[in-house]
Design a protein around this ligand. Structure first.
Ligand code: SAH
Length: 227
């Protein structure tokens, strides 16, 4: 089966799984996932599964990317903060739906590779930054949307602080190696925050600090899939 046929099959699977936002589906259709997938996994680029991207990190399952993107309720004038650039795939999808994407990654090598891929696709409304996403990006705050693609043990306070009025944040929260909760926070026009649980997921952990500073391992076997 050709990659194109596999892509159409995947989009149908996503529709069946409840992804109904046509802007999200069309963004997923327009971003070539094979471009973000290691050579050895090219034939699996349009399977609904998590794939390894090196450094113990993973490219999330398409259904999870679609679910999170749909839950984020993006609009074309919005400024979005993404924590955990990884391969850059989720970044590319967001860049098709929003005005500008600010993305932070704590692995230099992953960040460089992602930046090259995004440039090659001529996606220019993205600003990437090497650093610790727990701190967010104060200089660019507030953000209308915040998305975290690694599981936080607890919700980072800095990210909540940097979420603007009528903002939406989608974040997996829970322990590494266990089922985590995909949560959505919404801030109303008076600044009051509400929380809702969307589904169970499995992500690699959101680690505090950057490599070399904390000396901790970043390995995680099964990030970014539905639990
Ligand atoms: N969205 C990515 C998948 C990311 S996997 C994609 O589409 O490919 C989670 C990523 O979060 C990993 O690349 C990991 O290095 C990164 N990460 C973990 N903790 C982080 C932190 N504190 N700050 C920034 N990035 C972090």
């Amino acid at each position: 089966m050709s990659l194109e046929a596999r892509k159409i099959r995947l989009i149908m699977q996503l529709r069946q799984a409840g992804i109904s936002d046509t802007a999200v589906l069309s963004a997923l259709e327009r971003v070539p996932r094979e471009h973000f997938v290691p050579a050895a996994f090219q034939d699996q680029a349009y399977e609904n599964r998590t794939l390894p991207i090196g450094r113990g990190q993973t490219l999330s399952q398409p259904e999870v990317v679609a679910t999170m993107t749909q839950a984020l309720l993006c609009g074309p004038r919005m400024k979005v903060l993404e924590i955990g650039t990884g391969s850059g795939y989720q970044t590319a999808v967001l860049s098709r739906l929003c005005r500008r994407v600010y993305t932070i990654e704590r692995h230099r090598t992953l960040l460089r590779a992602a930046e090259e891929r995004l440039l090659a696709l001529r996606l220019h409304n993205i600003t990437a930054h090497y650093g610790d996403g727990w701190q967010g990006w104060p200089a660019q705050a507030p953000f209308q949307r915040v998305i975290v693609t690694a599981a936080a043990a607890e919700v980072p306070g800095a990210l909540v602080d940097q979420l603007g009025a009528e903002g939406v944040m989608v974040i997996p929260v829970g322990r590494d190696g266990r089922e985590q909760d995909l949560l959505r926070f919404r801030r109303d026009d008076r600044g009051i925050l509400s929380e809702e649980r969307l589904c169970g997921v499995r992500f690699v952990p959101l680690i505090l600090g950057v490599p070399g500073e904390d000396g901790r391992s970043t390995a995680g076997p099964d990030g970014g899939s539905l639990a």
